[in-house]
Design a protein around this ligand. Structure first.
Ligand code: GDP
Ligand code: ZN
Length: 364
């Protein structure tokens, strides 16, 4: 395998120089499962594991290799095996962490070059959600590209594009349709040899359709990577970093799908901080602000302290998130439950900080 085709650049070559002296080779993490890794290297695809020294030295979750990482490995080619000695510095990263808490940072995907933010033109296009995705992309260090799908189902594409452009800050936007083929060739032009892309967007907007289009004959493999490996099947096709036939790489991990929901949740919290501040005073911790007694949110609406329309759009977003959760497969669902729990914990911690800040302000 050609390292340049796998995304190797002078940035990584420089970081790798000291490892080369110790006899290591460079490899890129293509998949991670149950503590083991698959890596791509100049010798082809290898199974890899962490060296004992690495395990001993790694302190934080973010120290461990993630899909997309470049690593220094010692190879035992006769066994198609590699031992990971070090992770090279990341050029970009998508991580999951409790509000900038480095100790809890988990790397979901590393060294992404292009993020395709996918949203469909037929559903109510949500500029606020797009802003959240754009923020997430900028934070990762990767370059965002906006993809507006299902043009065939939209009456006034130009009007929707104008709405997108009002929040996109000059990020390029592509209008596509998998039905008519409109825009697909132009969009494929964004995938360049040696560059790594991910797709972000709500469920049902057409991400898999695009992936299948890009993968051509690789299609079945892409479907296989969406299955979980826990039963030990699909071990050879369980790659989450896929080389596209036309050049370029596509990263598609279940973690990325979870990240979308997670970011949705934290965005929800930030966008509706006012609603949630009232919600913290509801009698029931799981109050739906519907018919429950002693609901502080409905109380605030009644007193004119909170706009009823805002409560309604909050309700809609919460419902959408629940729907997306249910749509996940059972294994992801289990992870999802654990994650939601930790979000709830994190949110409660943040309320406490906010409330104490407010009360100390009021007190001074
Ligand atoms: P994902 O959940 O984002 O991966 O979305 P999918 O790729 O699974 O697409 C969801 C549904 O939208 C499927 O039924 C697709 O056939 C359909 N779809 C995808 N792209 C288009 C499009 O450009 N036009 C129309 N009319 N339907 C599309
Ligand atoms: Zn309530």
């Amino acid at each position: 395998m050609d390292l340049n085709a796998l995304g190797w650049t002078p940035f990584f070559a420089e970081a790798f120089a000291s490892h080369r002296q110790t006899g290591c080779e460079a490899a890129r993490v293509a998949a991670e499962h149950r503590g083991g890794y698959r890596v791509y290297s100049a010798r082809g695809e290898l199974a890899a594991e962490l060296s004992g020294r690495f395990r001993y030295k790694a302190a934080l979750p973010g120290d461990f290799p993630a899909v997309g990482d470049w690593v220094a490995v010692e190879t035992r080619p006769e066994q198609s095996k590699a031992v990971i000695q070090a992770v090279l510095p990341r050029r970009t990263k998508f991580s999951r962490s409790a509000a900038g808490n480095r100790a809890e940072e988990q790397i979901v995907a590393a060294n992404i070059d292009d993020v395709f933010l996918v949203t469909s033109l037929n559903r109510d296009l949500n500029p606020r959600r797009l802003e959240r995705y754009l923020t997430l992309a900028w934070e990762s260090g990767a370059d965002p590209v906006i993809v507006l799908t299902k043009a065939d189902l939209c009456e006034d594409v130009a009007a929707e594009v104008r709405r997108v452009e009002s929040v996109s800050g000059g990020v390029p936007a592509y209008v596509v349709s998998a039905v008519t083929g409109e825009g697909l060739a132009e969009l494929a032009g964004c995938l360049r040899p040696g560059r790594t892309a991910v797709l972000l967007g709500s469920s049902g907007v057409g991400k898999s359709t695009l992936i299948n289009f890009w993968c051509g004959e690789e299609r079945l493999k892409v479907q296989a990577i969406r299955e979980d490996d826990d039963r030990g099947r699909h071990t050879t096709s369980h790659r989450q970093l896929v080389l596209l036939p036309a050049g370029g790489l596509l990263l598609d991990t279940p973690g990325m799908r979870e990240l979308q929901l997670w970011e949705g949740a934290s965005g929800l919290h930030e966008t509706f901080a006012d609603v949630e501040l009232f919600a913290a005073r509801c009698h029931f911790a799981d109050c739906q602000h519907d018919t429950e007694p002693d609901c502080a949110v409905r109380g605030a609406v009644a007193l004119g302290e909170l706009d009823a329309a805002r409560l309604e759009s909050h309700r809609k977003l919460v419902a959408e998130m629940r729907y997306l959760e249910r749509k996940q497969d059972p294994l992801v669902q289990a992870a999802e439950r654990r994650r939601i729990k930790s979000i709830a914990k994190n949110m409660r911690a943040r309320y406490r900080i906010k409330e104490s800040a407010t009360s100390s302000k009021a007190g001074s």
